[in-house]
Write a protein that binds this ligand. Structure first.
Ligand code: CP
Length: 338
């Protein structure tokens, strides 16, 4: 029976700990090879810098090979609806694409951001689910509507690396203004990572900037399972960040306004001042709290230059850690020495 990696919480706490331990050994240079003659097929329905490059590099470093497909740009435009008459622009159905890639590769990785104008539909992550259903090999989520599990692993790894003991420390996920509404997979995954680490999580956002209630429930459940962790919501950014050990800046669109661009714009325009500034970072614990972001980041929109270029920023370490946790993930999922 194959085992997919679609959401970190689908794996047991022991399995996640073992991935993080292996990632630390990988980062220390203790693991050579293990993916010889293995192939990873990656399907990107949306753009990427870090995810694509870190997976390609990870496969290469352990002796394997990665194939990257961008449907509609060099590979056939994919149809993702079931039961449709394919007499328009799409040429290949996801059913055959997933089955065929599963015959060539040892694992299949897919990026598919939310599509359409209805959150109730988008939150089902139907494209990822179709790939997982039709591919006979393990499927890895490279960011879907609901989760970015590889980023979540890297964020958990980075929190531990930077803070040492994470239990009882304060993690603030702060909303930031952005010219367009972004998906909520990263902020949810970041909060899940901190909750898993037993941190006190504060979600700082303007009133009405709701995340999917079921996702908030998952964050609360992980915090409680970790023992001692907590989740609170604060509408005052400065008060929330004061004394924090880690501040994760990220924009997302309120799920209640999903698919309503005009209402989103009107709502966003009321909250233009929400930005991670040097002054806010100086108010963190001892003035030394870490500043996190998954990247790409819009400078001086989400986070100021002074923060990104200053000593508290760990955004590039987070990006580097994507490589190490994914090498551990690949070795665990398809490695020859499992
Ligand atoms: N953080 C992240 O997933 O980066 P990319 O979108 O560049 O892959």
């Amino acid at each position: 029976m194959k085992r997919d990696f679609l959401a970190v919480e689908d794996w047991s706490r022991a399995d996640v700990e073992s991935l993080l331990s292996l990632a630390a050994r990988v980062k220390r240079g203790e693991i050579d090879g293990g993916l010889e003659r293995k192939v990873l097929a990656m399907v990107f329905l949306d753009p990427s810098l870090r995810t694509r490059t870190s997976f390609e590099t990870g496969m290469f470093l352990h002796g394997g090979h990665a194939v990257v497909l961008e449907p509609g740009k060099g590979s056939w435009a994919l149809e993702t609806e079931d039961g449709v008459v394919m007499d328009r622009d799409t040429v290949e159905h996801v059913t055959e694409a997933a089955r065929v890639l599963g015959r060539y590769a040892d694992a299949l990785a897919v990026r598919a951001f939310p599509r359409g104008s209805d959150w109730a539909t988008a939150r089902q992550d139907a494209i990822l689910a179709q790939f997982a259903r039709h591919c006979e090999k393990p499927v890895i989520n490279l960011e879907s509507s609901r989760r970015h599990p590889c980023q979540e692993l890297a964020d958990a790894f980075t929190l531990r690396e930077q803070l040492g003991e994470t239990r009882g420390k304060r993690f603030v996920l702060t909303w930031a203004w952005h010219p367009k509404a972004l998906p909520s997979a990263v902020p949810v995954s970041a909060a899940l990572a901190a909750a898993r680490m037993g941190m006190d999580v504060t979600i700082a956002a303007p009133p009405g900037c709701d995340l999917d209630p079921e996702d908030v429930g998952c964050i609360e459940a992980l915090a409680s399972e970790a023992g001692g962790g907590s989740v609170t919501v604060d509408h005052d950014q400065a008060a929330a960040i004061e004394g924090a050990d880690a501040v994760y800046a990220k924009s997302w669109g309120p799920v209640s306004l999903y698919g309503q661009p005009e209402a989103q714009r009107a709502w966003f325009d009321q909250h233009r001042t929400w930005r991670l500034t040097d002054g806010l970072m100086r108010s963190t614990r001892g003035g030394r709290g870490i500043a996190m972001h998954c990247l790409p980041v819009r400078r001086n929109v989400e986070i100021d230059d002074a923060v990104l270029d200053g000593p508290q920023s760990v955004v590039v370490d987070e990006a580097e850690n994507r490589l190490h946790v994914q090498r551990a993930l690949l070795l665990t999922m398809i490695g020859s020495r499992r």
